[in-house]
Design a protein around this ligand. Structure first.
Ligand code: SF4
Length: 373
């Protein structure tokens, strides 16, 4: 488990922390669980430099956990304003109240009791227990995960269940009985000042002699980044009809979905291989639904040419959509058509109209050729 040559991992880090770690942060060396907890909650997703001002203002306004518990929630929220992630502030207040009602105004000493409080996860509980009470409890925040992944050469996204379990196993096995608070502080300091996300200062790292990532040249590859989700590829056929007055056939999207509440040209999901039977069914239902019997032959003609029509690609964050179009112009002014500027339409409608125009222009010379022939 521990690849360091004969030297206990914890011992090396404790020595390093005392010589090179951070010593002057206002919540250090206080032995006050309230201060440690306050700083730990503020430091989640926030830089130390930002936290410093908020931390001192909070302590000034609420010197004890009982003061914080007694404060109106609006005042707490106002003091938190600007730190972001406001669930933290609501949990902070709820936690202070529970410390008063359940534990008589004293933060509990065990990890399991600390974890039972709002907003305190396993790592925060370990930090409070070890830093404030000297309990032999592990921590595993983002910085520590990075240090462990690199030092032990652990590949795989750290938030993945099996990897996380491995990392907690390492955290648990390494935390020393002596000075666990200094050791945990060392891990946090190392991740914040030495083993930073980009260009870590390996030459100044106390773990460099036996760091697996350094030896294997994998420092910049670990921790493994979050795997990108494969976006589903979806295929659609859209009916683009305009009238001679410049209106476009639009319908309101009432189903829940990305375009709910917006107006689009009619479209239906289809097969990427453009299954003929399915397409004929779609076309028939459109003809009947929109009263396009006079254009049935034209629609059928276009259906046979769909294989040669390029897909129009429309990319959204969570999906990649592909469209082909059937295009028609109906004479005069048609009640189902609206000027495009009259309705809220998503970007795809403009793209479909452009596609339809391009296809219509491309089709003209072909028709001329046929006429001449
Ligand atoms: S040697 Fe470099 S990569 Fe390895 S733990 Fe130290 S700083 Fe991180």
């Amino acid at each position: 488990m521990n690849p360091m040559k004969g030297k206990p991992f914890g011992e090396v880090l404790v020595r390093w922390q005392k010589q090179h770690g951070r010593q002057t942060l206002p919540w250090q060396h206080t032995g006050d669980a309230y201060k440690v907890w306050l700083s730990e909650v503020m430091l989640q997703q926030t830089q130390v430099t930002t936290v410093l001002g908020y931390y001192s203002r909070f302590l000034q306004a609420y010197p004890t956990v009982s003061d914080l518990a007694a404060a109106p929630e609006q005042d707490v929220m106002q003091l938190w304003a600007g730190l972001g992630y406001y669930t933290r502030a609501r949990n902070l207040h709820a936690c202070a109240k529970q410390v008063v009602t359940r534990f008589g105004g004293q933060f509990p000493r065990t990890v399991s009791e600390l974890e039972s409080l709002p907003g305190i996860g396993q790592s925060t509980a370990g930090a409070i227990a070890s830093l404030a009470y000297g309990v032999q409890a592990p921590i595993l925040d983002g910085n520590v995960k990075r240090v462990f992944c690199r030092y032990y050469g652990i590949e795989g996204y750290p938030e993945q269940t099996t990897i996380k379990k491995t990392l907690w196993g390492i955290a648990d096995a390494n935390v020393p009985a002596q000075q666990p608070g200094v050791y945990n502080q060392a891990l946090m300091d190392l991740g914040a000042t030495c083993c930073v996300p980009r260009n870590p200062a390996c030459s100044a790292c106390p773990l460099m002699e036996s760091c697996v990532a350094l030896r294997k040249g994998m420092v910049n590859l670990l921790p493994t980044p979050k795997p990108k989700k494969v976006r589903p590829e979806l295929y659609f056929l859209s009916l683009v009809v305009d009238d001679e007055e410049g209106g476009v056939l639009l319908e309101l999207q009432t189903d829940k979905g990305v375009w709910q509440g917006l107006w689009t040209t009619p479209f239906v999901a289809c097969d990427s291989q453009l299954d003929c039977e399915g397409l004929t069914g779609i076309a028939t239902s459109w003809v009947e639904h929109y009263g396009l019997q006079a254009h049935r032959a034209e629609i059928e003609r276009q259906l046979t040419g769909l294989q040669g029509q390029p897909w129009l690609v429309h990319e959204l964050t969570h999906r990649k959509m592909h469209f082909k179009v059937l295009r028609l112009t109906v004479p005069g002014s048609w009640a189902a058509c609206y000027p495009i500027s009259d309705k809220p339409v998503p970007k795809i409608v403009h793209k479909l109209l452009d596609q339809a125009r391009v296809l219509t222009q491309a089709a003209v010379p072909q028709q001329n050729t046929l006429d001449l022939g």
